[in-house]
Design a binder for this molecule. Structure first.
Ligand code: ATP
Length: 417
């Protein structure tokens, strides 16, 4: 394809008519104001790859918020504005479109968030991570569908290469290292030679990135179809080691992620399950600083802590003779996701069976008699009543009683003896 590639046909094929009509109308409004409007980023890359992507990002050489307000009115949609970044999101029916003003960026120091200035589309594309993500499609009526590819994105797509736009790219923003590995593995591309050399040279720059931003990158990795490929590559290039030398992305992880997909099918596994398997082989001492650094949401951090501490209990569940009441006592305070992670990670079929018994059955078992019922049977409130409730629950777990009547009979037996 040449400089004058036109993607209007492909847009018609890959993007629903409601969205193309929207983009055409937006292009008309922009043109009426003497401004230029573009479709940019991942959706352009995916259009050229023949893949459907409905994450529409529009960039205007002008005021994005003003245009977004007009467009939201046009579709009777909801608008969310970020004045600080001069961006807006429009949502209507099941659709969502992001709008930004074309801008250039400069970095006061590596890893800092950039200062931004309004600018041309050319400079807006230059601030982007990789050539394959630095293309735009003109949306003004006179040029509708025209591809803007100043940095060789099409050529790199053809040669299946991930290439940065300039040699300071990873220094400015080292999260691009993680992004690069993600695209490389998702698309089955390879890091272009100079880009690979720059990545290896600048790997230390990952230390300039906050835990919040690294956590976001990890979440993105774990939303990929096969996150293990990215983690394996990250280990190979020393990127994982920057997070923690104890983290491994090797074949064990790939096998466990695959099993996680099987047990979660038809849906992808929750991120928490992937993370739990990823953290599984760490000790408490190795995981604690990581949990602090990544500032994971409380309940997710608890899943990871539970996953690691449960490992020590598994040998006690490694016998077919373990009683259901005991299994329940051991597992009742652990997060279910942590138990699932241990069940996938263990080599023992017996442990897996006992964990499965808890997850599928024991955790739902309840006795029917309440404290009030017991008081009616003549038991006074206090520790004894509590103990009887606990033993009733245990009797249910062990299958000794199956109905309210059997529970009552058992309590009467206890009282008589
Ligand atoms: P995906 O398919 O993973 O969603 P995407 O290309 O849409 O890919 P986003 O993270 O949504 O990725 O970002 C949108 C666009 O913004 C990218 O295509 C890229 O041009 C640009 N971008 C995002 N993050 C960065 C970054 N850290 N540095 C430079 N450009 C970035």
């Amino acid at each position: 394809m040449t400089e004058s590639t036109n993607l209007s046909c492909r847009m018609g094929m890959e993007i629903p008519a409601r969205l193309t009509t929207f983009m055409q109308a937006a292009g008309k409004i922009a043109a009426g104001r003497g401004q230029r409007l573009y479709l940019v980023g991942g959706v352009v890359r995916d259009l050229l790859l023949g893949q459907t992507n409905l994450d529409l990002d529009l960039v205007i050489e002008g005021n994005a918020i003003e245009l977004a307000q007009n467009l939201a009115e046009m579709v009777c949609g909801k608008i969310t504005i970020h004045t600080r970044f001069n961006t807006a999101k429009i949502q209507w029916d099941k659709w969502s479109v992001d709008l930004a003003s074309a801008r250039s960026e400069s970095y006061a120091q590596p890893g800092a968030l950039p200062s931004v200035r309004p600018n041309s589309i050319e400079n807006d594309l230059f601030r982007r991570d990789f050539t394959i993500n630095a293309m735009a499609v003109h949306l003004n009526p006179d040029y509708y569908g025209k591809l803007i590819d100043q940095y060789g994105g099409q050529g790199d797509l053809k040669h299946r290469l991930i290439r940065v736009l300039h040699e300071k790219s990873f220094i400015d923003d080292a999260t691009r290292i993680w992004r690069g590995l993600r695209y490389e593995q998702r698309l089955g591309f390879r890091l272009e030679d100079t880009t690979l050399r720059l990545l290896e040279r600048d790997i230390e720059m990952l230390d300039t990135i906050s835990g919040d931003r690294i956590r976001y990158e990890l979440e993105c990795v774990l939303q990929e179809k096969q996150p293990e490929r990215v983690l394996f590559r990250a280990e190979e290039l020393g990127v994982l080691g920057k997070l923690s030398p104890a983290l491994k992305g090797n074949g064990w992880l790939a096998a466990k992620f695959e099993q996680a997909r099987q047990v979660s099918s038809p849906n992808p596994p929750p991120i928490g399950l992937y993370l739990a398997l990823f953290f599984y082989r760490l000790t408490v001492e190795q995981s604690n600083p990581l949990l602090t650094f990544l500032r994971l949401p409380k309940s997710l951090a608890q899943v990871l802590r539970d996953t690691i501490s449960l490992k020590d209990w598994l040998p006690r569940l490694d016998s077919p003779q373990v009683r259901p009441g005991y299994i329940y006592q051991v597992l009742k305070d652990y997060k279910p996701l942590a138990i699932t992670a241990n069940s996938l990670a263990t080599d023992s079929a017996t442990v897996r069976q006992n964990l499965g018994l808890f997850l599928d059955k024991l955790r739902y078992v309840k006795s029917v008699l309440t404290g009030n019922d017991l008081m009616r049977l003549g038991i006074l409130p206090g520790p004894r009543l509590k103990e009887i409730l606990r033993r009733l629950h245990e009797a249910r777990l062990e299958g000794q009683v199956r109905s309210k009547r059997e529970e009552e009979a058992l309590v009467r037996d206890w009282l008589a003896s």
